[in-house]
Design a protein around this ligand. Structure first.
Ligand code: J2J
Length: 541
């Protein structure tokens, strides 16, 4: 076991193996086996390139050899920041075969996040695209390399400039060290509620189990075509069933560089996409666009929606407008994923966030004292199971709080279970803003704001938003009354914070309301901003 990771208790690991959940397969094996079975079929396609299963298998071997030759070793961490392009798969499977560990950062991350991931994981390499969506990742890499001396290599897909070109690393395959299915395969990143995002170690055994069950529930097979519209490094489009679940099932992955209808609709038509996944705000956009654009979307059988609460009002419009089934997905990069099933009655699909995918998932819904609530009552969801982590990477003190002594993960989500066992997400206890599926840890942004010399204190809360569900609002107690919101925003951008984390609204105040124990009363702050928004809406109507 990689140091810094929490091992599975032996009894449970034996149990999950005995029950056949963990089948002893690595990602390297999985691809080899699929290449033997589906060789000439297309595994992944974008506007620019496509690869058959056999080609992907071979390219992964060649790249693994090249990475090994340049000094990347099993267990080395490699921060990956790639958009939806075919190279993503070559890199991932090469690293999986080599036993080196991708850290899946998102294309929207910037200096502040990437520097931290590279530093904290002591990454040996950072792999980027040359540019994407108007952003040049090489300039970011220059900054990161200068700030993190332990980072040895920067590898680029496309124009490498002074860095290593990925294309030059494909060489004759060599014999590679053995990778075990119980090994860590990669790191996902937590949405977070603390000062820094936590790294989530996932093993081959448990992640592949989650792919198998997800693919079964979503009825994927070799005729399925999955459109990756969301950035696929995220756990949801990666694994629920996502791109990896599609490859597990022998299907075809189609890559869209962005989730906008202008990009995605023509791909659905041309490639006869059967399933795709969105976050709620994008569904609004797709529903509006479907009536005004003349694309044939009739191949689409399933639209998955997850990552944030999906309103029943919009949920009702999916089938009539897009002509496909809706599936709600409530999951987390730490493990547990809930799905509504494809044959569930409309009532369930529209009003719930699904039920756990595995019969081995254990669920507890508890009050503030960790006592189970009465059936149907709202409480915090705790969970344990064959694909839910037992601890974050190098985070002993945080793990003691984030997990119960018997290994249940505290999701920080408030849920209610209806008699049929389906969950309804009702809110959260974690200090996080869910901005249309993008997660913002309040403390992380508060720390950034506190670094500004004119800020005495800062508190970030969510405020309701019709389109995104929530946006972020920063309450600031300034040291200096002349401080302006524009200056603070510029300061945050200067620090290299991902754009979605920059507060949507900034309110200057003289003091914060406090709870009886002297903490900032965020509930009261949320109430204040909500009332203010409502009042301003009334005056504008
Ligand atoms: C309400 N809140 C939801 C939903 C996630 C599949 C789907 C999503 C994620 C994901 C994922 C929600 N309704 N339908 O990894 O595999 C909120 C909860 C949850 C947090 C996890 C997957 N679906 N959420 O969103 O790690 O608060 O994973 O705890 O990014 O998103 O966020 P993340």
């Amino acid at each position: 076991m990689l140091s810094g990771c929490v091992a599975w208790p032996k009894e449970l690991a034996d149990f999950y193996r005995k029950e056949g959940c963990w089948a002893g397969e690595t990602f390297g094996d999985m691809l080899r086996q699929r290449a033997m079975k589906y060789g000439e079929r297309i595994a992944v396609t974008s506007r620019k390139r496509q690869l058959t299963y056999q080609e992907l298998d071979r390219r992964a071997d060649q790249l693994a050899a090249g990475l090994y030759q340049m000094g990347i070793r099993p267990k080395d961490r490699v921060v990956l920041q790639l958009p939806n392009q075919v190279e993503f798969f070559e890199v991932c499977f090469a690293l999986f075969r080599l036993g080196a560990l991708p850290v899946f950062s998102l294309p929207s991350h910037r200096f502040s996040e990437i520097r931290y991931f590279c530093e904290f994981s002591e990454a040996a390499a950072y792999i980027i695209a040359d540019q994407h969506a108007g952003f040049d990742f090489r300039s970011l890499a220059r900054q990161v390399k200068a700030a993190v001396p332990t980072l040895k290599h920067v590898i680029v897909t496309g124009e490498a400039e002074e860095f290593l070109s990925l294309e030059d690393l494909f060489i004759e395959p060599i014999e590679l060290p053995i990778v075990r299915s119980s090994d860590i395969a990669f790191f996902q990143l937590s949405g977070g509620s603390t000062g820094v995002s936590k790294m989530i170690p996932r093993t081959h055994d448990e992640y592949i189990y989650s792919l198998r069950i997800s693919a079964e529930i979503c009825q994927l097979n070799q005729d399925s075509t999955y459109l990756a519209a969301l950035p696929m490094a995220h756990n949801y489009p990666l694994s629920s069933p996502g791109v990896l679940g599609t490859l597990y099932a022998g299907g075809r992955v189609v890559l869209s560089e962005s989730p906008s209808p202008d990009e995605a609709f023509p791909l659905i038509q041309q490639e006869k996409v059967t399933i795709t996944a969105l976050v709620p705000p994008l569904v609004w956009i797709w529903l509006d666009a479907a009536s005004s654009r003349q694309y044939d979307l009739s191949s689409l059988q399933v639209l998955q929606v997850g990552g944030a609460k999906f309103s029943a009002e919009v949920a009702k419009r999916v089938q009539p407008v897009l002509g496909c089934k809706l599936q709600q997905v409530y999951g987390m990069a730490e493990g547990l994923v809930n799905y509504t099933r494809l044959d569930d009655p409309e009532e369930i699909v529209i009003h719930t966030q699904g039920r756990p995918m595995s019969p081995y998932d254990e669920i507890r819904i508890v009050d503030e004292e960790d006592r189970e609530v009465e059936p149907g009552e709202v409480g915090e969801l705790l969970t344990r199971g064959p694909y839910t982590i037992r601890g974050y990477y190098k985070a002993e003190a945080h793990n003691a709080k984030a997990f119960t002594s018997d290994g249940f993960y505290r999701t920080g989500d408030l849920v209610r279970m209806i008699p049929s066992g389906y969950l309804v997400v009702e809110g959260r206890v974690k200090d996080q803003i869910n901005r249309g599926g993008e997660k913002i840890a309040a403390e992380e942004m508060e720390n950034h704001l506190l670094a500004h010399p004119a800020v005495r204190d800062a508190a970030i809360v969510s405020m309701p938003d019709e389109f995104l569900g929530e946006r972020s609002c920063a309450f600031i107690i300034p040291r200096d009354a002349s401080l302006k919101a524009t200056e603070l925003r510029a300061f945050l951008r200067e620090r290299g914070v991902a754009a979605f984390k920059i507060p949507d609204r900034i309110e200057f105040v003289d003091s914060f309301p406090k709870t009886p124990v002297g903490k900032i009363n965020k509930r009261e702050l949320r109430k204040r901003i909500t009332e203010k928004l409502q009042a301003s809406q009334k005056t504008t109507v």
